[in-house]
Ligand binder design. Structure first.
Ligand code: ZN
Length: 161
């Protein structure tokens, strides 16, 4: 009888820890992967767009805009996310910092070349990085610290047309 109770408790404990771990993993995981580059989508760079009439989610504005260049699809960005606060922004009022030292899309190590030095990628659809801000002032303040060029989102999008 005692052995049975112990076994029951032990099984319950294993079940509870397993479920908690699964829950923790679920919370840690990004919402989705990027439609285009399959990298995890970070909460502070989520970019949503209508692509040939379908809703798609991208890891960053650069990735969304590259999609038009590569596939010639009609990409209409419908929302951006402020890099520093994670709030959703309307593209028409957002400002972009282009080419700063911050990007959320490079979390893989650069491959090592025959000379044992990291190989630099010649093309990465997410670079130079485009980070969105709710106001020109915030974008300028960020660029002062991290470099990059500040411009309205509409001007950035025109670059990729
Ligand atoms: Zn992407």
């Amino acid at each position: 009888m005692r052995g049975k109770t112990f076994l029951l408790l032990f099984t319950a404990l294993i079940l509870v820890s397993g479920l908690s771990y699964a829950g923790w993993r679920y919370l840690q995981a990004p919402d989705h992967n990027c439609t285009a580059c399959l990298r995890p989508v970070h909460r502070n760079t989520v970019t949503k767009a209508l692509v040939n009439g379908k809703h798609k989610q991208y890891c960053c504005p650069a990735c969304a805009l590259s999609d038009h260049q590569q596939t010639h699809a009609t990409v209409q960005v419908t929302s951006l996310t402020e890099f520093t606060t994670g709030i959703t922004l309307h593209p028409e009022t957002a400002f972009i910092v282009r080419g700063s030292d911050r990007t959320s899309c490079t979390h893989h190590q650069a491959p090592i070349g025959p000379d044992k030095q990291p190989v630099h990628a010649h093309f990465d659809r997410c670079s130079p990085s485009l980070l969105a801000f709710s106001s020109r002032e915030k974008a300028v303040a960020f660029a002062r610290e991290h470099g990059g060029k500040v411009m309205p989102f509409a001007d950035t999008a025109a670059f990729f047309q």
